[in-house]
Write a protein that binds this ligand. Structure first.
Ligand SMILES: C[S@@+](CC[C@H](N)C(=O)[O-])C[C@H]1O[C@@H](n2cnc3c(N)ncnc32)[C@H](O)[C@@H]1O
Length: 249
């Protein structure tokens, strides 16, 4: 079964969109540092669209793709509510089909960790390279192996949401041979006077940073920065749970 189907509702209603809203705030100093004033942006794996919509509100031309039609429904409603135009498309980031159209490509909040084969990551980077104009930037984050193997595994069960209409728990696991974390998500949503139950199993792979760097280089993207903290723009530490990359075509 696909992921981000019924969970899309939990994602849109939950704390998750706060992350990409935070990226809206943290992006301008990064663009300034690398002297990029983008007009056309592609947001990969855009989820419920908060980042794409905020960028469109700033007057940028935004294209945003995601594999899940269900989550894109929330993104479209989000754009309509804010009265902005965003070109939302159901698409797989492993097979991007754009030619030199964008100044900036972004991909936030674990999305690249959902690619479980190195080949998938490489194909995505090649598609990003094709999609970017020369000089354009690709800015993204990923959970590190430490983040998935240690931070995610601290508690056997975490209550993510507990409201009058939603209840959601996460149960993690980790395969140390494959560097793949598994998250069993169980959710309950109030529908009329009953509670409906959903289950999804999400898998995220951690990649050694050197492997990510090499895949970017092989795709023709030059790594300008790799940070363990995007606000401070500081080097990753051994215990950084997340890293941010800036790469240029
Ligand atoms: C954790 S969410 C992040 C969403 C959004 N970027 C944000 O910051 O809130 C991960 C997203 O990746 C999408 N996704 C996973 N694999 C994908 C793929 N191969 N192509 C496009 N989207 C994908 C999921 O549907 C989901 O919306």
């Amino acid at each position: 079964m696909s992921i981000y189907e019924r969970f899309a509702y939990f994602y849109a209603k939950g704390p998750y969109p706060q992350y990409s809203r935070r990226m809206v705030e943290l992006l301008p100093p990064v663009l300034q540092r690398f002297d990029l004033r983008p007009t056309a942006i592609l947001d990969l794996a855009c989820g419920e669209g908060s980042f794409a919509v905020e960028m469109a509100k700033k007057g940028l031309q935004v294209t945003a793709i995601d594999l899940s039609p269900q989550i894109l429904e929330f993104a479209r409603r989000n754009a309509a509510r804010e009265n902005v135009e965003v070109e939302f498309m159901v698409a797989d980031m492993r097979s991007l089909d754009f030619e030199a159209r964008f100044d900036l490509v972004t991909c936030w909040y674990d999305s690249l960790n959902y690619l479980l084969e190195l080949e998938d990551l490489e194909r995505t980077f090649q598609g990003v390279h094709r999609a970017l104009k020369t000089g354009g930037l690709f800015i993204f984050d990923m959970n590190t192996i430490y983040g998935l193997a240690v931070n995610w595994q601290r508690y056997p069960c975490v209550v993510q949401q507990d409201t009058t209409e939603l209840f959601e728990i996460h149960r993690p696991g980790y395969d140390f041979e494959k560097n793949i974390a598994t998250l069993r998500i169980t959710g309950f949503v109030k529908e009329a006077n009953t509670w409906g139950r959903i289950e999804e199993e999400h898998k995220e792979r951690g990649y050694p940073l050197e492997e990510v760097r090499l895949a970017l280089k092989q795709a023709g993207l030059k790594v300008l920065a790799c940070w363990g903290n995007i606000k401070e723009m500081s080097e990753p530490e051994p215990n950084s749970g997340r890293v941010w990359f800036v790469a240029q075509k």
